[in-house]
Design a protein around this ligand. Structure first.
Ligand SMILES: [Fe+2]
Ligand SMILES: [Fe+2]
Length: 481
């Protein structure tokens, strides 16, 4: 079997030798029509017949795995792609450290692995559902194409998890795979499993914040699963990470381009005060204080995805060798953490303070800390754009206790600096910290589609370079008819 090149002959492109695995092949072919129905019902609305300049993975070779071409999204070749097997790979952490990585699911960890795969799998179609109406208000064909690229790849990530369920988890796995197509983001009766994936993505600034913050949570979870002793999960998530990088690029450059446009228009108009919303909004750009509020919202919603700071599940998964730490293989400790300590930020005796906690129980907190470090760097890159324009404003990440619904800080209210406040004060002041209805209405009012090749909506700058090095006026999406 050639594991680098992908077999594109059958219904389901793959590099897992599906042809010599008739049981799994039949199960996936049976799942396929339901997937296509889901895509047609819940995928990008109004653009299913458009020709989109998309990249498709044609190999899992780190150099040059992507091929760009015009594709109608329902015809996208969603495939099952695993990164190459590492010869004689060993489990790198936990109680089984040093043993050969598992090629089959160990019976004792079956339920745990299935749960982790289902939770990851559930997020993938959820984001497609959340973003399905955005195409109608795209600020350019370039952005429209990027949205659709992210969407088809999230669809492929669903395939990646569904393959594992079908291949390794028998009848229960098939049932879970069917249910992944039945839940719906934001549905009152059958919602998606995690909170942030049931929120709306009502506008493009939300989309960019989501791909910066929430796709980055996805990256951290995938990084932790890429360390797994269950080798097929490790290989699957390693390849997903190569796609995930583009999603975060879309988010970071998207927000950066919004900031760029705001600062340059303020300068042109001679407006120095970033809080002069009335004047700035007349320019048709998004003021920096509102960008900060959106940032506050998306960062805080995403932190909830890391779960409780102190977690027995996280400890068990690490001990079992099922889910590692971020860059586990680059860390230099004993990789077992049995007696180790880690500082966890807690709410104790009316104060927010760090407490030394068992390192195993603190693994969610640790992953969240690694995540926040990356977010800080991204926010600093946005601040560089603001600085370059000489605008007196800085974006900051809110305190981790701000606006939380899960974990230590779910019960308290704080301002973005982490200062405690009463519930009544929060109600009175929350519109200072999070987008108000007025802010939302203003942003929504800006969301007018710009579908002329090379043109951009008033509130966002063009990108520095095109996708696949295409020129500025390239027609990334050709409408049907
Ligand atoms: Fe994904
Ligand atoms: Fe993603």
């Amino acid at each position: 079997m050639n594991i680098v090149n992908v077999d594109y002959d059958g219904l389901i492109p793959n590099n897992v030798g599906l042809n010599s695995d008739p049981r799994v092949k039949a199960a996936l072919e049976k799942w396929h029509p339901g997937y296509i129905n889901w895509w047609n019902d819940m995928g990008p609305e109004g653009f299913q017949q458009a020709l989109v300049y998309l990249r498709t993975a044609v190999s899992v070779d780190p150099k040059g795995w992507a091929k760009f071409d015009y594709v109608k999204m329902p015809d996208y070749r969603w495939g099952i792609l695993l990164a190459p097997q590492v010869q004689e790979r060993k489990i790198a952490f936990g109680a089984h450290k040093g043993q050969a990585a598992w090629q089959e699911v160990p019976g004792e960890y079956r339920a745990m692995l299935r749960r982790l795969i289902v939770i990851q799998g559930d997020t993938e179609p959820a984001s497609v559902e959340q973003q399905r109406y955005l195409g109608k208000t795209a600020p350019s064909l370039y952005d429209l194409r990027n949205l659709f690229q992210v969407n088809v790849e999230e669809g492929r990530h669903l395939w990646a998890m569904v393959y594992l369920l079908h291949k390794y988890f028998g009848a229960e796995g098939r049932e879970e795979a069917d249910e992944l197509l039945q839940r719906r983001s934001g549905d009152a009766d059958t919602p998606r499993m995690l909170g942030a994936f049931n929120e709306e993505t009502p506008d493009w600034l939300s989309f960019f914040m989501f791909t910066f913050f929430t796709d980055r949570d996805g990256k951290m979870q995938l990084e932790a699963l890429a360390q797994s002793g269950f080798d097929p999960l490790s290989r699957t998530t390693r390849f997903m990470l190569t796609e995930e990088a583009h999603h975060m690029f879309v988010g970071e450059t998207g927000v950066g381009r919004v900031i760029e446009r705001t600062c340059s228009e303020m300068k042109k108009a001679g407006i120095d005060d970033p809080s002069n919303l009335a004047a700035i909004r007349k320019l048709g750009v998004i003021d920096l204080p509102t960008i900060q509020k959106k940032l506050n919202l998306h960062f805080s919603l995403t932190l909830d995805l890391f779960g409780n700071e102190i977690s027995t599940n996280a400890a068990n998964a690490f001990h079992a060798g099922v889910k590692g730490r971020f860059q586990e293989d680059k860390l230099s400790d004993d990789h077992q953490l049995e007696g180790g300590k880690y500082p966890v930020l807690r709410f104790l005796d009316g104060k927010i303070a760090a407490e030394e906690t068992s390192a195993l129980s603190a693994l969610n907190m640790r992953l969240r800390d690694d995540y926040a470090k990356e977010c800080v760097s991204g926010v600093e890159r946005w601040n560089k754009i603001i600085e370059r324009h000489g605008t007196p404003f800085r974006l900051t990440l809110p305190h981790v206790a701000f606006h939380r619904h899960i974990g230590e800080f779910a019960k308290i209210n704080t301002d973005p600096a982490g200062k405690l406040m009463s519930g009544a004060e929060w109600e009175k002041r929350k519109n200072e910290f999070l987008p108000s209805n007025t802010d939302r209405d203003y942003i929504e009012g800006l969301m007018k589609p710009e579908m002329t090749p090379g043109k951009f909506a008033s509130w966002i700058s063009p990108p520095k370079v095109g996708i696949d090095n295409k020129p500025g006026d390239f027609e990334y999406v050709k409408m049907a008819g």
